[in-house]
Design a protein around this ligand. Structure first.
Ligand code: ATP
Ligand code: MG
Length: 257
């Protein structure tokens, strides 16, 4: 029912069908503010993330990282500029196609009161049991599910409150991986996990990622192992964008000086 929400397909709007995207993400001079009279949460952001690239977005608390995530996934539309996928403004792309091609774990990731299986399959109600199991295994959600008597039929409670914060994140990650999306966007997706669980994911994710574009938003430097490029955001603007090695070398040099 969520998938068919009417306002996604306003009658007078013709969407472009883009069933398979390659995962090229571009932001062009993007600005967004939450309130009309308020400050810009992000402004002047121009980014070109090629298909298959692995990028981290770093920045202090409140710098605009999650806002960028919401813009890239089409949850919010920019007030200025545009967000494009494979060269097409995402506002023109059929929302169902966009959703199938972008897997996301948002910082305020949510579950609904169904079972684990239903929560993982949310993005694709036609998913088979094997696909759900595979996604759960890769995300690392299978371990705690396997020890519960009801397994994947276990209810997660209202907004997932019967699970721990880390378990909720594992289920959200499984959901994001289910459709093997071309773009995987992970916003603080390990913030409630213990170091060991996080480390296992850092080792496992690259094995299952093939040509997907990966965008990781994080405060945790160990997640940089997943990426080759680092974009730093401050006060809603991009203040640095380059290879991870360059960034780490500059940091090391600054520390020596
Ligand atoms: P953190 O590292 O804490 O997750 P962030 O970089 O993700 O921070 P954002 O969540 O993008 O930061 O917030 C950027 C700015 O936008 C902040 O000043 C914040 O107060 C504001 N903001 C974020 N979400 C909302 C909202 N739903 N309504 C109004 N303002 C918001
Ligand atoms: Mg955030």
């Amino acid at each position: 029912r969520i998938m068919g929400l009417p306002r996604e397909h306003p009658e007078n709007k013709q969407f472009l069908r883009r069933p398979t995207l390659s995962g090229h993400v571009q932001l062009q001079d993007v600005a967004f503010r939450y309130e009309k009279s308020g400050p810009d949460a992000v402004s002047g952001v121009t980014l070109d993330i090629r298909a298959g690239e692995r990028v981290a977005i770093l920045g202090r608390v409140g710098s605009g990282k999650s806002t960028l995530a919401r813009l890239i996934t089409g949850l919010y539309a920019p007030d200025q500029g545009s967000v494009m996928m494979d060269g097409t403004d995402i506002r023109q792309i059929d929302p169902a196609d966009l959703r199938r091609n972008i897997g996301m774990v948002l910082q305020d990731a949510w579950l609904f009161s169904g079972t684990i299986r239903e929560n993982i399959a949310l993005g694709d109600p036609s998913a088979t049991d094997e696909q759900v199991l595979e996604a759960a295994r890769v995300a690392g959600a299978d371990e705690f599910v396997a020890t519960h008597p009801m397994g994947y039929g276990m209810p997660v409670g209202e907004r997932g409150e019967l699970l721990s914060g880390g378990q909720r994140q594992l289920v959200c990650l499984a959901r994001a991986l289910l459709s093997k999306p071309r773009v995987l966007l992970l916003d603080e997706f390990t913030s409630s996990m213990d170091v060991q669980t996080e480390q296992k994911l850092i080792e496992r994710l690259p094995l299952i990622l093939q040509k997907q574009t990966l965008i990781v938003i994080t405060h945790r430097t160990n997640l940089l192992a997943l990426v080759d490029r680092v974009v730093v955001i401050d006060q809603g603007r991009v203040i640095s964008d380059g290879s991870k090695d360059d960034l780490l070398n500059t940091k090391a040099a600054a520390a020596k000086a």
